[in-house]
Design a protein around this ligand. Structure first.
Ligand code: ADP
Length: 258
């Protein structure tokens, strides 16, 4: 039996938040041209959940995700992932933390064209100089099966469809058993069939493999795959909806747009 078939939140009911944000503030520019991208945001994201971050264009979604994922530094406030305060790490440690503990799925896939699907999936191990221990080998095999990539492993990205490429990117993000997987508009470059497929796989990575996924999206259809929805407006958290209905999400977004 593999413990990964259970959600981490079920295994650890008193677990720390997967990500905790306190007083997160991001300001661009100065004086008259100051832009307040995030205004003292407090947020806890539970482990073993799929959270969508939504809100109108310019509401701070990307800035929040970049600060959460250690890709950008906040002006003020703290970000803590699985008990580690990212904001206190120096650049080297932050880079290592991102590589070893976080997974990323971007709109543009970000696969290396010269590597096969298998090599792309195993790249984080390669970069970290880590050998594939038996536990990791088993997990990678499971991820490859869940994502239906077994017969595509020797293909290069150019020989794969957009949906297949994004599945490889998801497999790469899941391979290292990341504490949190961040997905930034992961279906932005996909048609509706491939989008549904990719979102189903992200969903399964949470339900079947126990991962924690945070996804920025502006599409209600995409957010419908998530457990929880955080709605931003003007750099603030307008609502943190736990297991909302589609109607509740739509109504909250509409209220924010008024
Ligand atoms: P969203 O992802 O919801 O569209 P962003 O987080 O990209 O919002 O942006 C939030 C605000 O911060 C916007 O007003 C945007 O113009 C501003 N902003 C984002 N990045 C920068 C930057 N590098 N320099 C100046 N302003 C920025």
């Amino acid at each position: 039996m593999t413990t990964t078939s259970f959600s981490r939140s079920v295994l650890q009911p008193d677990a720390l938040p997967a990500a905790a944000v306190r007083g997160l503030t991001k300001t661009y520019g100065r004086g008259d041209t100051t832009v307040h991208a995030l205004r003292s945001v407090d947020l806890d994201l539970a482990p073993g959940r799929f959270t969508a971050i939504m809100g109108p264009s310019g509401s701070g979604k990307s800035t929040l995700m970049h600060c959460l994922a250690g890709l950008d530094r906040p002006t003020e406030g703290t970000v803590t992932i699985a008990g580690v305060e990212l904001t206190s790490l120096d650049d080297d440690r932050l880079t290592h933390f991102r590589r070893d503990r976080l997974g990323f799925v971007f709109q543009a896939f970000n696969l290396l064209p010269m590597l096969t699907a298998r090599q792309n999936i195993l790249l984080p191990f390669e970069l970290a100089g880590r050998r594939l221990e038996p536990g990791a080998r088993e997990r990678v095999a499971q991820v490859i099966d869940v994502l239906g990539l077994r017969d595509r492993l020797e293909h290069r990205p150019g020989e794969l469809s957009g949906g297949q490429q994004q599945r490889v990117a998801i497999a790469r993000a899941l391979a290292t058993d990341a504490d949190v997987v961040f997905a930034d508009e992961p279906t932005g470059n996909l048609d509706s069939t491939a989008s549904a497929e990719v979102l189903s796989f992200l969903r399964r990575s949470v339900t079947d493999l126990g991962h924690t996924v945070v996804m920025v999206t502006h599409e209600l259809d995409a957010a419908a795959y998530a457990d929880d929805v955080v709605v931003l407006s003007d750099g603030r958290v307008r609502a943190h909806l736990v297991s909302p209905t589609r109607e509740q999400v739509a109504a909250t977004l509409e209220a924010g747009a008024r």
